[in-house]
Write a protein that binds this ligand. Structure first.
Ligand SMILES: Cc1cc2nc3c(=O)[nH]c(=O)nc-3n(C[C@H](O)[C@H](O)[C@H](O)COP(=O)(O)O)c2cc1C
Length: 511
């Protein structure tokens, strides 16, 4: 009986077979204010005795900003599936549609040919299924696997069981704490023991829900009905762009978390970089913003490598300058090389310029190559974004623009945020030549006095409450610590409004 089935299925496969693995992994998936070195001293800060610039309000001119393939949307659900002739793939797609999950195709390193799949011929699939230790290699991996609480795991039934590549998948990650929901397709067999036999491949800390088998002629409605019948664990998923004041992080649309306050390094010399970054890390800060144009990428990388803080805890942003756009791929490699890092958390395009789309596409490639985790833009406003975004594939994770109480961008910020893009502000304290005025503004100082904090802290907190990430620049360890200390007070709605009313639409740099 199995033989006639084999013949029948072989015939089906003749028409439908797209050799397994051919699809590839899928959705889971200044005038350069040149060296403006005039430094700003925060007036409420103690002067340094040696006359050195006590505090460099660096032009944190870094700015920030996915289609499927490998990209994650921030969902806590993943549909991981293996399919050779498209049947399981279709079910997976419907689950993704119904749940908003990310999708990841389990792609064999060596694709299954038609001969490999012809069962009861002693071919490759038959051999693997007969060998409990067979672990066909998988091409690629799931990015950010730790973000998923629920995994739908799909496979075709091969000789009553899940293909051995599913074992490879389950043994490749630690799924502790995750709920796994198997689903399968088959010609006629039920799910049988195939799902339960997978349990031993994972830690006991995995919750397994009953599996579900779908026939080749299943309809989308069958899948939706099944999903609705499931008791999925409460989503602990975070919303992209929402600030978490407990963890002091924001979830980017790239699936990565980024600290919401950090250090800008514009104009910091190599030595200042070392001291400032050490002070930042010591005080618990984990976000560092640099750029090719700042000339200190090597020093930033060195400081990161010199620290005891694990690399993965630090989020470093750099930027490609327009002069690099015509060979962005080489510029990305150069940044990695200079910084001495295996990957860069985020690279932005410094400001619009000739070849920016091509440069951004090179950033997209760097994401695919694992060289860069997240990508974005700096100094892009509404019009620029409207023109730029349709030409690229990955939505920027971040846009970094000039934002301070005298230049609030109240029209731009909500627009960017509505696209699921996080906004980061440079010149949060007004920028060189303007800091004293801003920090001395009576509205700000009055609010600062009421909370027993500094003017700088009020302004930074105002940014955070507006959902704007802050990267004030400073070379003063005391200021660096203070600029991170933004969570012991909160501005009232009235105070927020008072600061909002200070807007003069007064740009302090040319970008
Ligand atoms: C090697 C092999 C073994 C199979 N064994 C069974 C089986 O035991 N029972 C069954 O009903 N179908 C069996 N099938 C058929 C597949 O389970 C079925 O066609 C499935 O829907 C294919 O999924 P896919 O298109 O996602 O690859 C087998 C197919 C292959 C290639």
């Amino acid at each position: 009986m199995k033989r006639w089935m084999a013949v029948f299925l072989s015939l089906c496969m003749m028409t439908a077979l797209a050799a397994c693995g051919m699809n590839g992994a899928n959705s889971a998936s200044a005038a350069e204010s040149s060296s403006i070195v005039d430094t700003e001293t925060q007036p409420d800060a103690p002067e340094e005795a040696d006359g050195e610039a006590s505090d460099v309000e660096t032009d944190e001119t870094a700015e920030e900003t996915s289609d499927s393939d490998g990209a994650s949307s921030g969902s806590n659900i993943l549909v991981a599936w293996f399919s050779c002739t498209g049947t399981t793939e279709q079910i997976a797609e419907w689950i993704v549609n119904a749940t908003g999950a990310d999708s990841y195709e389990i792609v064999p390193e060596v694709p299954y040919t038609e001969d490999d799949l012809a069962y009861y011929t002693g071919g490759r699939a038959d051999q693997e299924q007969a060998d409990a230790s067979a672990r066909p290699a998988i091409s690629g991996s799931v990015e950010n696997i730790e973000q998923y609480d629920v995994i739908f795991l799909g496979y075709p039934i091969w000789h009553g069981q899940a293909p051995r590549i599913i074992s490879t998948f389950l043994e490749s990650y630690d799924f502790s704490g995750v709920t796994i929901i198997p689903f399968c397709t088959s010609h006629s067999s039920g799910i049988g023991s195939s799902a339960e036999n997978l349990h031993d491949l994972c830690s006991d800390a995995v919750t397994w829900l009953d599996g579900q088998r779908f026939a080749g002629d299943a309809a989308e409605a069958d899948v939706v009905e099944w999903i609705n019948s499931l008791e999925l664990p409460e989503s602990e998923a975070r919303t992209v762009g929402e600030f978490d004041f407990e963890t002091k992080t924001v979830l980017l649309n790239s699936g990565y978390e980024m600290p919401i306050m950090g250090l800008g390094t514009y104009s910091l010399s190599d030595e200042e970089c070392a001291v400032s970054i050490a002070a930042l890390l010591e005080a618990g800060g984990r976000l560092i913003d640099t750029a090719y144009m700042y000339g200190n990428e090597a020093a930033v990388g060195q400081a990161i490598r010199d620290s005891d803080v694990p690399r993965e805890e630090i989020f470093v942003i750099t930027k490609l300058y327009p002069s690099q756009f015509d060979n962005a791929a080489a510029a990305i490699d150069e940044a990695l090389e200079k910084m001495g890092l295996d990957y860069i958390d985020m690279i932005l395009l410094h400001h619009p310029g000739d070849g920016d789309v091509e440069a951004y596409l090179a950033l997209e490639q760097a994401v695919a190559d694992g060289k860069v985790h997240s990508i974005g833009l700096s100094n892009w406003y509404v019009e620029e974004l409207e023109e730029f975004l349709p030409q690229v594939n990955i939505t920027p994770a971040l846009v970094q623009n000039e934002i301070h109480p005298y230049y609030q961008e109240n029209d731009v910020i909500p627009y960017i945020q509505s696209l699921g893009i996080v906004v980061q502000g440079w010149y949060p304290l007004g920028g060189r030549g303007h800091t004293a005025e801003l920090l001395g503004d009576e509205t700000i100082t009055t609010i600062a006095e009421a909370h027993g904090v500094s003017s700088a802290q009020v302004i930074l907190r105002w940014n955070l409450q507006k959902g704007v990430v802050v990267i004030p620049g400073s070379s003063d360890p005391e200021h660096i610590r203070e600029n991170l200390d933004l969570f012991g007070f909160a501005l009232t709605d009235v105070e927020m409004e008072q600061i909002n009313a200070l807007d003069r639409n007064e740009k302090h740099d040319w970008y």
